[in-house]
Write a protein that binds this ligand. Sequence first.
Ligand SMILES: Nc1nc2c(ncn2[C@@H]2O[C@H](COP(=O)(O)OP(=O)(O)OP(=O)(O)O)[C@@H](O)[C@H]2O)c(=O)[nH]1
Length: 195
Amino acid sequence: MKLIGIVLAGGKSRRFGSPKAFASKDNKAFYTYSINALKPYISRLVIVTNPELETNFTSENITSDIIQDVNEYTGQGPLAGIYSAMDRYVGEWYIVLPIDVPFIESSVIERLIEQISPEVDAIVPVVAGKLQPLISIYQFNVKQIIQEQLDSGSRSVKSVLDNCRVKYVAIDEAEPFVNINSQLDYEHYIGKQNE
Ligand SMILES: Nc1nc2c(ncn2[C@@H]2O[C@H](COP(=O)(O)OP(=O)(O)OP(=O)(O)O)[C@@H](O)[C@H]2O)c(=O)[nH]1
């Protein structure tokens, strides 16, 4: 089974104040943690970013492409990124990760992959009662649902799930899902940024 990895990297990092993808943990850029967690399982990697950031990414020794959101949905949030990768690379299953989860682990991805079956369209972890739809697996047919959602003017990932057959996977360990959105998050989970 071929799995395509999607790294969502087209956000504006307004709350963080500088591009989150290149913030560092243990001297490694955040986005490399996402790539490395996906790497054992995917045949191709697609990094979906924006023109300002595009030249800063490298692909960590895996067949990869760095693309931008399709014109009609540019900058319309994570769904635009997922759609754009699905539109460019036709596959059966896609594993999606954002660039702001530097504690993510391959074991989480493996748990989700184990749930792949023809009876489901999406595999979504639930951590401490919270859905994690940007750390999830989607089947190609979800592209159509995302398109309808974006065309209706909504960016809600949860609404997409309402229209899919979702396998929710409860995961007890919260640390891999730690999401860094602000400088306060950074200080809390990682420590003071290097001067
Ligand atoms: N391709 C693409 N990715 C996006 C877009 N918006 C957000 N993302 C990515 O989706 C993930 C979650 O993004 P958020 O943290 O919600 O948004 P953000 O714009 O990065 O940050 P804020 O400006 O602080 O909200 C991150 O990996 C972002 O890079 C978009 O319009 N296109």
